[in-house]
Design a protein around this ligand. Structure first.
Ligand SMILES: Cc1ncc(COP(=O)(O)O)c(C=O)c1O
Length: 449
């Protein structure tokens, strides 16, 4: 495979992994550069592009709706397409969800979910329930409230002084267990840490617990112990605290089910949707809200106090319907499960174990740790860390990955994800594997020099 040029960008803020190459189009699972160079896109708009680039059906749906109606003031009106989309979205989710509202990005849907939880308790005349409980090594978007609820240390750092003091429980990632326990014999101390944090804050002060059912950016595709989420659900119900599932990265079949919480039959009070909700073709996000919240104290409130210009967009609804139509027969989710298993199996077989550890994930959310010893970067952080080096080396091999850090506490621990389109074939799985294996040996070679 030809090497890709490394050029600095004059217009974008560059990050260490950037090539500076100009991308001119996307074709299925590939990004194509100005010189015709092709990258297998295993970042896919951070997991958004579940059908890859250039999907004609979705593009047509967006065009057709844009000609009819793109936006209206949702304070005064609704429209058939928005209503139809909301009901399709509710049918797609787990049972017990009874209202849907759309926004434009994962971050503003997180913000809306937190506000809805606060408004729920406010309407119930429990004004002291203001605290949001999050977890270490989690990411809930880039607003000040979302960063506060999240535990992604590097992303919080410049804003730390203004973030709300949200208590944090353990992340529940078994491979990096914060209690040093083994999954087979532990007593779910990670879930218990949520209850302990609630008791410490005072249950009467806590509005909601927010979790990523499978942790994305902060831990790279880390699924919990199967007993974990049901236990967290019980804890929240017991204390009358809302459970918010942030499924911005895990939703829409990425994990092999419509939503990841459905793997464990857990019904959250609020589900946050983003990214793949529009397959990457429109800035769209949504909340699915449970019956308990809709028909609870808020039933008497006049409205949800969170107006946004692009809320309830008809253009977004048309794209969303096209996405749900493609997912309806379950074949895309089944492919995600099959291809994800194949990818993990071939990576486990072929990647050098001295550099790549803990290959994990569910469906086509695939992650691993990077480092020549486990959590190599714990303590002093290298200025040219594995995640950056690995990402750059992958780009040179024509593979775009999503590298990150923080899996070993604070900013330590390097890791990465592959978030390929859910429609990929075995041939593309083989190509991703070959490029990643070549990348790993490139990195090892520079290591041993
Ligand atoms: C779990 C999770 N929540 C929220 C967000 C924020 O979404 P957006 O980048 O669309 O604002 C992300 C984005 O990566 C995410 O992974």
């Amino acid at each position: 495979m030809a090497e890709v040029r490394i050029l600095p960008s004059r217009t974008a803020y560059s990050t260490p992994g950037e090539t500076g190459a100009r991308i001119v189009r996307g074709e299925g699972p590939y990004l194509v550069g100005a010189d015709g160079e092709r990258y297998l896109d295993a970042a896919c708009g951070s997991g958004s592009l579940i059908f890859g680039h250039g999907d004609e059906k979705i593009i047509d749906a967006l065009h057709a709706q844009s000609r009819k109606l793109t936006l209206f003031p949702s304070r005064h009106f609704s429209s058939d397409i928005v209503e139809r989309y909301a009901s399709q979205l509710l049918d797609f989710g787990p049972p017990g969800m009874s209202r849907a509202i759309t926004f434009s990005s994962g971050s503003d849907a997180v913000e809306a979910a937190l506000k809805l939880a606060l408004q729920h308790h406010f309407a119930a005349e429990r004004p002291r329930r203001r605290k949001i409980l999050g977890r270490n090594a989690s990411y809930h978007g880039n607003t000040i409230a979302g960063l506060g609820a999240g535990g992604f240390v590097a992303r919080r750092k410049p804003y730390e002084s203004v973030l709300a003091p949200c208590a944090k429980a353990s992340h529940g990632h078994c491979a990096a267990c914060e209690f040093g326990l083994q999954a087979e014999t532990c007593a779910l101390e990670c879930a218990q840490s949520i209850e302990n944090a609630i008791l410490e804050e005072g249950p009467e002060n806590v509005a909601a617990v927010i979790v990523e059912p499978i942790v994305g950016a902060a831990l790279s595709a880390a699924p919990p112990d199967p007993r974990y989420l049901p236990r967290v659900r019980d804890i929240c119900s017991h204390h009358d605290i809302l459970l918010i599932a942030d499924e911005v990265m895990t939703g829409f079949a990425r994990s092999g089910r419509p939503f990841a919480s459905m793997h464990w039959n857990v019904e959250p009070d609020i589900i946050i949707c983003g990214k793949a909700i529009s397959a990457g073709y429109y800035p769209l996000s949504a909340l699915l809200v449970s019956e308990r919240v809709v028909h609870g104290p808020l039933a008497h409130a006049k409205y949800f106090q969170n107006g946004q210009t692009f809320a309830c967009s008809p253009a977004g609804a048309a794209v969303g319907i096209a996405v749900l139509d493609r997912l309806a027969d379950g074949s895309v989710a089944a492919n995600a499960t099959r291809m994800g298993e194949l990818l993990r199996a071939s990576l486990r077989k072929e990647l050098p174990a001295e550099l790549i550890k803990q290959i994990r994930g569910m469906g086509l959310m695939v992650g691993f740790d990077i480092g020549t010893s486990a959590f190599e970067n714990a303590g002093a952080l290298s200025s040219d860390r594995y995640s950056d080096r690995f990402q750059r080396a992958a780009l040179k091999r024509g593979l775009v990955i999503y590298a990150s850090n923080g899996s070993a506490g604070s900013e330590a621990g390097d890791h990465a994800m592959l978030l390929l389109p859910l429609t990929i074939s075995e041939r593309e799985v083989k190509e991703a594997t070959a490029s990643l294996v070549a990348t790993a040996y490139d990195v090892l070679k520079t290591e041993n020099k």
